[in-house]
Design a protein around this ligand. Structure first.
Ligand SMILES: Cc1cc2nc3c(=O)[nH]c(=O)nc-3n(C[C@H](O)[C@H](O)[C@H](O)COP(=O)(O)OP(=O)(O)OC[C@H]3O[C@@H](n4cnc5c(N)ncnc54)[C@H](O)[C@@H]3O)c2cc1C
Length: 601
């Protein structure tokens, strides 16, 4: 066994990640009587979820009484181009309203209608105004209230602590624990756990332009793969249409869809509202065909069809990309998003306070009097760990997943607002699933000591290497190449180039070198995260090569149409003997009563 000192802990359920999903999972597991801990890379209360702005989608019917779970389910499936796990989409739509009310019970102060109900706003792809929100700081309120609830139940928190590997019992191939390090001093920490829930969020940091926080390095995706878990839909990455494009230091920071939900429109350099030129067949029947009709819809949804500015994100991102390519972009390579000429300054500041400050402080732009410049930014991973829809169990015994790290719910494209509701609906279910699993186990499973030794040796290698590349240089190469070779528009040639690039970067990783020691060493942390990013990049690219069609967040220049054959399959990825294998698997058949909801399509 290693000479390094290792701090050890035992928990029935270990939750990795303290975002909206991890906290909700921990609350459930603790409430069901399991000794539960949460580990997170950042300070407690600072997970990526705090950045969520626009709101959480739930068919509460507070603004439009016509809304119900069936309409939400249909919107989610159509937004995901029908590749979603239909059962997850059904559970999500059915349970989201209860989870919003539960957050209110925890103390969340949602915005209100005049009648005192929870207010709901419009977002892309949702037929009715459906997003419960707290101004444009909904994620912050979610974390604040979940955190208080978790603390009140006695959930133990290990903050600024990074897990590096999941540990399996060699005999049974089931989860027995996890090993990681304290970020501050690099001291090692080992958790024995009967069940583990991964709630580690997204993987956007492998791209150069992204809205993701520094934590979005896809650790959970990669650790699950390394432990043998099946992944689904990894080719589908959402490029949100509206990120800031200028100044360079803030490129990629998100501009919430709430701007368009509250009346903002997209214009090109000729001031044309170009989205009217990009209405796809699938959404034509319910999308306005003139500016007058679109504007009337904002005032009263019964007066017309919805504005094309609020088509699903994949459609809008592609349209912006085409306008810029055609030379009709804004001065800094995006398009214009204008709310100033359409709403009063008072309305904008009340409904979109964070956007107002973001542009004023970061770009010197007053959005109440001038348009914003926006363009696509890597935002969300639809793909992730394949889970059971009811329990969130992965294909590895004892391993569960919820939130952005899990795949299936969103299919080929996520609708805005469906993530925050996903976190609490499936966070709760994962907490329950893991707690029930842990309760069946009398003892902790065996920790594989040989595996611990190898893990620690690998973790320390960047200090022993000499003369290799530094991790920042390798990260930049990965980000730049993913952006240009596996980004919003893809081709087979470029994807193969990307696979070769990944091999090249893996070679460089063998000698990646960091200065200093384990104390306060972000270079070392990045070197360890890079292994995760490369694992995920390979997984994404291999799936993208196999999906020879354009659908949702995956656009192939060499296969611009959707393929009827590929509309029937998910791609499942798995590591076997360290190699990533891809297999196409038929979608599960939807029951007749749900199929009927799509009869008009
Ligand atoms: C700017 C922005 C605005 C958004 N707005 C909305 C919105 O309005 N509505 C909506 O539905 N969605 C929105 N989204 C998407 C949504 O915020 C995310 O999908 C969601 O918050 C992810 O939550 P999560 O709980 O899965 O993970 P996260 O909130 O990302 O949390 C991950 C947690 O895992 C921890 N972690 C990661 N790796 C490790 C490791 N190796 N060891 C230990 N801990 C680890 C992190 O420290 C963190 O605590 C937005 C996203 C962005 C970027």
């Amino acid at each position: 066994m290693t000479d390094f000192e290792i701090e050890e802990h035992e928990y029935d359920v270990l939750v990795i990640g303290a975002g909206g999903a991890g906290l909700r999972a921990a609350i459930e597991s603790m409430a069901l009587g399991c000794k539960t801990a949460v580990v997170c890379k950042s300070l407690f209360g600072k997970a990526h979820t705090v950045m969520a702005e626009g709101g959480m989608a739930a068919a509460m019917g507070n603004v439009y009484s016509e809304d119900n779970w069936k309409v939400h389910f249909r919107d989610t499936m159509r937004g995901g181009k029908m590749l979603n796990n239909w059962r997850m989409a059904q559970i999500h739509a059915e349970e989201a309203p209860d989870r919003v009310l539960e957050l209110e019970e925890y103390g969340a102060l949602f915005d209100r209608t005049e009648d005192g109900l929870i207010l709901q706003r419009d977002f892309g792809g949702h037929k009715y105004a459906r997003l419960a929100h707290v101004g444009d700081s909904t994620g912050l309120e979610m974390i604040r209230t979940e955190q208080q609830k978790a603390a009140s139940l006695g959930v133990k928190v290990f903050a600024e602590c990074t897990i590096n590997r999941l540990i399996l019992d060699k005999e049974t191939n089931s989860i027995s624990g996890a090993i990681g390090y304290w970020r501050e001093k690099g001291n090692l920490i080992l958790f024995k756990a009967k069940a583990i829930i991964l709630a580690t969020g997204g993987l956007g940091k492998m791209y150069a332009i992204t809205s993701n926080s520094w934590e979005g390095t896809g650790d959970g995706h990669a650790m699950a793969m390394m432990a043998g878990a099946e992944m689904v839909d990894m080719e589908f990455v959402q490029f949100h249409p509206t990120g800031m494009v200028w100044p360079p230091s803030v490129k990629g920071i998100l501009v919430t869809e709430g701007v368009r939900g509250d009346g903002g429109t997209l214009r090109n350099s000729t001031e044309e509202r170009f989205m009217f030129n990009y209405i796809p067949e699938m959404f034509a029947a319910e999308t306005a065909s003139s500016e007058e009709e679109a504007d009337a819809w904002y005032d009263d949804h019964s007066l017309g069809r919805r504005t094309p500015d609020l088509l699903p994100r994949d459609e809008v991102a592609r349209a912006i990309n085409s306008e810029v390519k055609a030379g009709r972009g804004s001065p800094h390579g995006g398009v214009f998003l204008d709310i100033a000429s359409r709403r009063s300054a008072e309305y904008i500041q009340k409904r979109l306070p964070s956007m107002y400050h973001q542009f004023m402080q970061l770009a010197g732009v007053d959005i109440t009097s001038e348009p914003m410049e926006v363009g696509p930014t890597c935002h969300y991973a639809m793909g992730g760990i394949k889970v059971n829809a009811e329990t969130e169990a992965s294909s590895v015994d004892g391993l569960f997943a919820a939130g952005e790290v899990a795949g299936g719910l969103h299919g080929a494209n996520r609708l805005g607002g469906n993530s925050l509701s996903d976190l609490v609906v499936f966070g709760r279910r994962a907490g329950k699933g893991a707690a029930e699993y842990a309760k069946q186990k009398d003892n902790f499973s065996a920790i594989d000591k040989e595996f611990i030794d190898t893990t620690i040796t690998n973790m320390m290698k960047p200090f022993e290497n000499e003369g290799g590349d530094n991790p920042y240089a390798i990260h930049k190469e990965l980000q730049d190449s993913m952006q240009s070779l596996a980004g919003i528009i893809r081709t087979e040639d470029e994807l193969i180039q990307m696979l070769n690039k990944i091999d090249e970067l893996r070679e460089k990783m063998k000698t990646v070198t960091v200065d200093g020691n384990r104390w306060f060493n972000p270079g070392w942390h990045l070197a360890l995260d890079l292994e995760f990013m490369l694992t995920n990049a390979e997984c994404l690219v291999r799936a993208a090569i196999e999906r020879k069609e354009s659908r949702g967040g995956h656009t192939r220049d060499d296969y611009p149409q959707t393929s009827p054959e590929l509309s029937k399959v998910n791609f499942i990825l798995k590591q076997v003997d360290g190699k990533t294998q891809v297999e196409s698997r038929p979608l599960e058949e939807m029951p007749e009563e749900l199929k009927q909801l799509f009869e008009d399509d």
